[in-house]
Design a protein around this ligand. Structure first.
Ligand code: SF4
Length: 239
């Protein structure tokens, strides 16, 4: 699939999301938030769901958490437009409550389609519901900053899930901020590791990806290529 074909496919999914009535969250949303970013990226960030600002603007990760996420992305030499950003549920749960299992289940069709189109080398899980989707059974306090192969049943053909705390973890308590940046520093290496796995498992596709010009980005350790348990943190179940 070319970048242009991916863009068309992602736009079609976004249109479906904006018209979607598959769960009760459509009743209270202002705007659905399908996601945004480079259709040809290797890296997809998946958060939990839109908050108040996202619901108003129809864009993922705006507001304070979005600003910190952008800062984290830039800390490894990338820019926000280099990646794709979306959520497990595309409509805001009222009052910023957790999305319910049936809502996550209903919305999974959209996330699955996005993963099939994007075919990411790495999915960055941002928050507990995203972690559960791509690394079921893992606890963020034990696995943050690490990778695990993703089950292809999620729509990700052959990729690694990189676990990250939600930016709110640092906004809630500033002393957690260094942890997020330390974890983020490992992401370029995770991309390199996933790329290598894909070359071994699917030489033609991965070799084509690795031969495509870089997407402006990935210093300090790895250019982003387009295809062409700590008890004190366990209590923060929000993340
Ligand atoms: Fe549809 Fe997902 Fe919005 Fe529910 S949260 S209405 S499934 S787009």
């Amino acid at each position: 699939m070319t970048a242009a074909e991916r863009r068309v496919a992602l736009d079609a999914i976004a249109a479906e999301v904006r018209d979607c009535t598959r769960c009760r969250l459509h009743e209270t949303r202002t705007k659905a938030v399908p996601g945004e970013g480079d259709p040809d990226t290797e890296v997809v960030f998946v958060g939990e769901g839109p908050g108040e600002n996202e619901d108003r603007q129809g864009r993922p990760f705006v507001g304070a958490s979005g600003a910190l996420l952008t800062e984290l992305i830039e800390s490894v030499g990338w820019t926000r437009p280099d990646v794709f950003i979306t959520n497990v549920v595309k409509c805001r749960p009222p009052g910023n409550r957790d999305p319910q299992p049936d809502e996550i289940g209903a919305c999974s069709v959209h996330l699955h389609h996005q993963m099939e189109v994007l075919d990411p080398a790495v999915v960055v899980t941002v928050g507990k519901h995203s972690l559960e989707r791509f690394r079921p059974g893992d606890r963020i306090s034990r696995v943050h900053g690490t990778t695990r192969p993703i089950d292809p049943a999620t729509g990700v053909r052959d990729g690694l899930a990189f676990a990250m705390y939600h930016p709110a973890f640092a906004l809630y308590q500033g002393s957690n901020r260094p942890t997020l940046f330390e974890d983020m520093a490992g992401l370029p290496g995770a991309v390199a590791a996933s790329r290598q796995r894909r070359i071994v498992s699917d030489p033609p596709v991965a070799a084509q990806a690795a031969g495509t010009p870089p997407n402006d980005a990935i210093e300090p350790t790895e250019p982003l290529v387009t295809r062409s348990d700590t008890s004190d943190t366990d209590q923060l179940t929000l993340f």
